[in-house]
Design a protein around this ligand. Structure first.
Ligand code: VGL
Length: 215
């Protein structure tokens, strides 16, 4: 890929919340989830702009798993697909960004998603699964003349993948930093990497590899 120009590059922290770490075992714990913080902070030093997202879900959302509707079973609705454990409820630990990251107000732009009871998006660029209602982040990046986005967060195989693909569809150069991500399962992580590579997204191992791209 061409040389990385910091002035036209943004860093995107996708859902780096305790909900997706072993600190919240009843939510959607991802092994090593808390370990991504130093890599997210390092990749942000190679970017002029830093944006972030959080899941912000009601405990009463229609997709919350329960005895009648176990995790991964189909949920009917226009903007939901399957049941997930309750996670990232505002006011609980799972909603909070992992310690060591900026506060939401310290980012240049921030997205809260999945607030409606019947909407559970994965990507941070659209509120709906059909990708028609923008969260505004793409337009923000375009206004700031950003052409390249470095992406990390949780989880690699769901929200990170979908956000990266959405950015790519909007013609950004997209780089996913694997050291700044953790995923739910080895098989879906592998599939996600294949899908992202096929879409023209660059995958790097870590900050050191990113740094070499600036030279
Ligand atoms: C996520 C599954 C369900 C994610 C969110 O952030 O990757 N995965 N909700």
């Amino acid at each position: 890929m061409k040389r990385l120009n910091i002035m036209t590059t943004a860093a995107f922290d996708v859902d780096p919340q305790y909900a997706f770490t072993p600190e919240c075992p009843d939510e959607l714990p991802v092994e090593g989830g808390t370990e991504i913080v130093p890599e997210l902070n390092a990749q942000a030093t190679l970017a002029a702009i830093r944006v972030g997202s959080k899941d912000a879900h009601s405990p009463h959302a229609i997709w919350v798993a329960n005895k009648q509707q176990p995790m991964f079973t189909e949920v009917h609705g226009d903007h939901v697909d399957i049941a997930w454990n309750q996670h990232a409820v505002p006011g609980t630990k799972g909603f909070e960004l992992i310690a060591g990251l900026p506060k939401p107000a310290e980012y240049d732009y921030f997205v809260w998603k999945g607030i409606e009871l019947d909407m559970h998006p994965y990507g941070a660029c659209y509120h709906d699964l059909s990708e028609t209602m923008s969260t505004g982040v793409i337009e923000f990046l375009q206004t700031r003349k950003i052409d390249t986005v470095i992406v990390g967060g949780l989880a690699t195989d769901y929200c990170v993948k979908t956000t990266a693909l959405q950015l790519r569809k909007s013609k950004f150069e997209v780089i996913v930093n694997l050291a700044a991500c953790r995923g739910i399962a080895a098989e879906t992580i592998e599939q996600a990497i294949t899908e992202m590579t096929t879409a023209g997204i660059h995958i790097v191992r870590d900050y050191q590899e990113l740094e070499r791209l600036t030279q």
